[in-house]
Design a protein around this ligand. Structure first.
Ligand SMILES: [Zn+2]
Length: 206
């Protein structure tokens, strides 16, 4: 399976009017369309606010254990609900993508992990309202009790050659296939950021 970094399940040029602000989020004036840097953008003529619509940064994680990978079934209120994916999520403004990966894995699987390498970055134009840029990482389990949570309702360890249908994202399919073909090239992670930080530990203490 060839490596791939751009996934578009629709014509990327389609408009995404659902993403458009109608009113200025700073001063509440009605926005107008204005050509700025070669694109028509929503613009506030009162305070000069410009709405830039950008992809969302995300992470997904290959959690490896005895040559198996953990996948989860997506909850009813997520995109591609009922289908399966690698543990994944969006990066919050206050965290690095490595922190985000550990947090999302813990929230979705109950496992504390060590991030071991970076294996791909993909642009995923999933639908006209959702374009993500996802950093794909590998991780090893440190501890924790396997339990689905957050956006996942069921977890399953995937073996090599397992017949598995119903994956939500093409990007996951390709990276999983490459994992089992031993075709991943692993970029090392700065050892200072392998493990969970204090913030994460405190946040999940009950
Ligand atoms: Zn304004």
């Amino acid at each position: 399976m060839k490596i791939k970094q751009h996934f578009n399940s629709y014509d990327g040029k389609q408009s995404s009017s659902r993403l458009d602000f109608v009113y200025c989020p700073k001063c509440s004036t009605k926005l107008v369309k204005k050509e700025i840097d070669a694109f028509l953008r929503n613009y506030c003529s009162k305070c000069q606010y410009i709405q830039y619509i950008n992809p969302l940064p995300g992470v997904s994680v290959l959690i490896e254990k005895d040559r198996k990978l953990l996948i989860g079934k997506r909850s009813q209120d997520s995109v591609e609900s009922g289908k399966w994916c690698l543990p994944c999520g969006f990066v919050e403004h206050h965290e690095s993508y490595l922190d985000a990966a550990r947090r999302e894995v813990f929230e979705e699987t109950g496992l504390k992990v060590k991030i071991t390498s970076l294996v791909n970055v993909s642009s995923n134009q999933i639908n006209p309202n959702l374009h993500t840029i996802v950093t794909v990482l590998t991780a090893e389990v440190i501890n924790g009790t396997l339990k689905p949570g957050d956006d996942l309702v069921e977890l399953n360890w995937l073996y090599k050659n397992a017949t598995f249908r119903g994956m939500a994202f093409e990007a996951d399919k390709i990276i999983i296939k490459r994992y089992f073909e031993n075709a991943l090239i692993r970029i090392p992670i700065d050892p200072r950021f392998w493990l969970a930080n204090q913030y994460e530990d405190k946040r999940h203490e009950k």
